[in-house]
Ligand binder design. Structure first.
Ligand code: GLC
Length: 745
């Protein structure tokens, strides 16, 4: 045996005496003590190693100290399939299919915080079972334009609704020992030029519209990570932005978690060091659009950072702060000894998806009470449209999934009506016959040789002889049709669907149009079609949730989380702009393009309320039921309040119909006189109430001065100005039930 081997053997004998105890040994100590303990044991190289990726979706741990790697996964609607080490392509494992939950616009449309918690708990259990430490979601970017390709991943146009609906989701996920990564912080409100758009907006729009949901995620949801966006603000990329990461997120809000870059969002080592980035992912290190294979040591916060420290050009203070945040994330997730085991593809998760879908589907219009379908009389139901059969869980960008199952609308209807009625299908039009993303394929053969006219004629023929016609169309997450990386080019429905719908309306008076989308669309046929349903991307239980609402098993209670404008010009971002970017700069192909939010705080219904000549096609907060509700006259417990008092508004709501239903009572506040321009009214409270037939309940809202305040850039503070206010009780932004005046002293 060689000398070397003898020496090595002897050294192993000595190991137990001098070995560094693994960091997790004293795992009963408070997290902060464990962070400091681990930090002081780590070498410089080990500190650098844990602040950037080692693979497409993981970052290194410290093997010597027993600190595990951190594993991330997309996305907001379900757990992405495993990918190859350094690829976007799926690795074709056979144990990583998942349940796809409804897109987050549908969750927002439930206006039900219990549904948000159920969602977070369910998806958190799936992430936990798949051994993931960070779930890359939810997204809460505000819906500034109906063209934004990723609005389906977000929670609508109103900061208060998004702030209320994001918190329970975070709680539900993190109870599983899995971190949420709320994204994309901030001002990522379009996909067009998302890497190079430099957003310019006033501080009121920033603080009153675009930041509140992120602030709630941090201060109320206690999210353990935040994902910084691709775009720029004040000409600094959001992934290393002094203003939004250091001054506001970590400074004003006291965020103690880790900032994770969007994949490829990091562009500069010095800025990454000093401007608040903690975990660098997806950097394209060789300057190409995609990275050199396994070039993780070339990451901007890898060897370049190490060299700067070793050469004395930068210190280690910033590095230690980053490492503390990453270690804290680890002790909350990968090294969390108390986390549950999770579960995957359980019936409970399927049921959760169905329930969220049922509560989020919005009944937009129901003339002559065409809906619900009466199965006692219906014998033939014509189901028309490509979206009745097309898989929607594959595609759309990083939220794409490999699902255990997906029930199509047609299958859901057939399963539900059984032998009571025959559901006859006709395609009606051809949209996107493909169905694959990153190696996941839908397996559907949607190829089509027949012409549009032939398909249209067939659909009309099938519709003529049916008792009901259900047209299921909309968008489909293909390029420019609600998809990451590509905004829509217009508000219209694609693939000539308007013509199909108009022809169907002539063929059968019992026509129902179901729009599957995450965005508003133009509806030129709105007066020709008796019933219209906003169907959302509903995930694995699409067909069962839709069928349940269409036949009345579930009484629809969803409300729109964003305005449906009549036309693009009715949207502030398009009327005042700038969208999608400064035209001169676009023409000159500048490196970064200024996107100026001239409309400021007047986004969504805040804009629509100001318009004298136009009104929305369907308003924010709009949604019908199969029953009817009657509101009493709202009242207040006082007429005048001082700045430190609360005021309570009461209103009775009665179910005047014959079936149980849920109503979302909305409270908006209107400041009648202010030193700075303010919207006509702003949502400041809501409650979803369930009422049996004939039942009446009193709904109460207690608010304080923060509900009366606006952000004053001059004072850099929220101010509530004394004067006259009105509490507006409503069933939508345009369906006002009563107004209660009061004064702030
Ligand atoms: C994508 C998306 C982000 C996603 C990440 C990882 O580009 O912007 O939402 O989580 O990269 O796929």
């Amino acid at each position: 045996m060689k000398i070397k081997q003898i020496v090595f053997g002897l050294s192993l004998l000595a190991l137990p005496v001098f070995a560094q105890q693994p960091v997790y040994l004293n795992d009963s100590a408070p997290i902060e003590d464990r962070v400091e303990d681990a930090l002081k044991r780590m070498t410089l190289e080990e500190k650098i190693a844990i602040i950037h990726a080692q693979s497409k979706f993981s970052s290194a741990g410290v093997p010597r100290l027993g600190i595990p790697e951190l594993w991330m996964t997309d996305g907001p609607h379900g757990i992405r399939p495993e990918v190859l080490w350094d690829e976007w392509e799926q690795a074709a494992w056979t144990n990583d299919s998942c349940i796809a939950f409804p897109a987050l616009t549908c969750l927002a449309a439930t206006w039900n915080e219990d549904m948000s918690y159920l969602y977070g708990k369910s998806i958190g259990e799936e992430a936990r079972y798949r051994e993931k430490d960070v779930l890359l979601g939810p997204g809460v970017n505000i819906y500034r334009t109906p063209l934004n390709g990723r609005n389906f991943e977000y929670m609508g146009e109103d900061p208060y609704l998004a702030s209320k609906m994001v918190v329970p989701y975070i709680k539900g996920v993190q109870e599983n020992g899995v971190a949420t990564c709320v994204k994309h912080y901030a001002l990522n409100n379009q996909e067009f030029n998302r890497h190079t758009s430099n957003v310019i907006l006033d501080d009121r729009a920033l603080y009153e519209i675009y930041l509140p949901a992120f602030k709630a995620a941090v201060q109320e949801g206690k999210t353990w990570t935040i994902m910084s966006a691709y775009n720029l603000y004040k000409n600094q990329h959001l992934c290393h932005n002094q203003y939004l990461l250091n001054d506001i997120l970590k400074g004003e809000w006291g965020f103690d978690g880790a900032v994770v870059s969007d994949w490829g969002g990091t562009h500069d080592t010095m800025q990454a060091i000093y401007n608040g980035l903690d975990l660098e992912f997806g950097t394209w290190t060789d300057g190409l659009t995609m990275g050199a294979t396994n070039a993780y040591d070339n990451y901007l916060m890898a060897n370049p950072y190490l060299e700067l420290i070793k050469s004395g050009k930068v210190g280690t203070k910033e590095l230690d702060d980053k490492v503390r945040r990453v270690l804290r994330l680890g002790f909350r997730t990968s090294m969390n000894k108390n986390k549950p085991l999770g579960s995957l593809n359980s019936p409970e998760h399927g049921l959760a998806g169905k329930r969220i879908g049922e509560e989020g589907i919005v009944l937009l219009q129901n003339k002559n009470n065409v809906l619900p379908i009466n199965l006692n009389t219906a014998k033939r139901i014509a189901v028309i449209g490509e979206n009745a059969v097309k898989m929607m869980t594959v595609g759309g960008g990083s939220s794409s999934l490999k699902v255990k199952y997906e029930i199509s609308p047609l299958d859901g209807i057939r399963n539900r009506v059984g032998s009571q009625a025959e559901a006859v299908y006709a395609r009606g039009y051809v949209g996107d016959p493909t169905g694959s993303y990153n190696g996941v394929v839908s397996g559907q053969d949607l190829s089509e040789t027949r012409s549009f006219d032939v398909l249209l004629a067939e659909a009309v023929e099938v519709a003529k002889s049916a008792d009901y016609v259900i047209f299921i169309g909309g968008l489909n997450k293909s390029n420019h049709q609600d998809c990451e990386g590509a905004d829509r080019n217009h508000l219209e429905l694609p693939y000539n669907q308007n013509k199909v719908i108009s022809q169907l309306a002539k063929a059968n008076k019992n026509l129902v149009v179901v729009n599957i989308s995450g965005n508003a669309v133009a509806m030129p046929w709105v007066n020709e079609v008796p019933a219209i349903v906003q169907g959302w991307f509903l995930g694995s239980e699409t067909g069962s949730a839709l069928a349940s609402v269409l036949v009345g098993d579930a009484n629809p209670s969803g409300k729109l989380p964003f305005t449906f404008p009549m036309k693009l010009d009715d949207v502030g971002a398009h009327k005042l702009g700038v969208y999608p970017g400064d035209p001169t700069q676009l023409a000159n192909k500048r490196d970064t393009i200024d996107v100026i939010y001239n409309e400021g705080i007047f986004v969504g219904y805040r804009w629509a309320d100001m318009q004298k000549k136009s009104k929305p096609l369907f308003a924010f907060g709009h949604g019908l039921s199969y029953t009817t509700f009657e509101y009493g006259k709202p009242s207040a417990n006082k007429k005048v309040i001082s700045a430190d008092e609360t005021i309570t508004f009461n209103v009775t709501v009665k179910n005047t119909g014959s079936i149980e239903g849920q109503e979302v009572v909305q409270l908006y506040i209107s400041d009648k006189k202010s030193s700075l321009p303010r919207p006509v009214k702003e949502l400041k409270a809501f409650k979803k109430v369930k009422l049996a037939p004939g039942e009446e309940k009193q709904v109460s809202f207690t608010i304080a001065k923060d509900a009366l305040s606006f952000y004053d850039p001059a004072q850099k503070a929220w101010v509530a100005e004394p004067g006259k206010f009105e509490a507006v009780v409503a069933a939508s932004a345009t369906d006002i039930k009563g107004v209660v005046p009061f004064d702030l002293k």
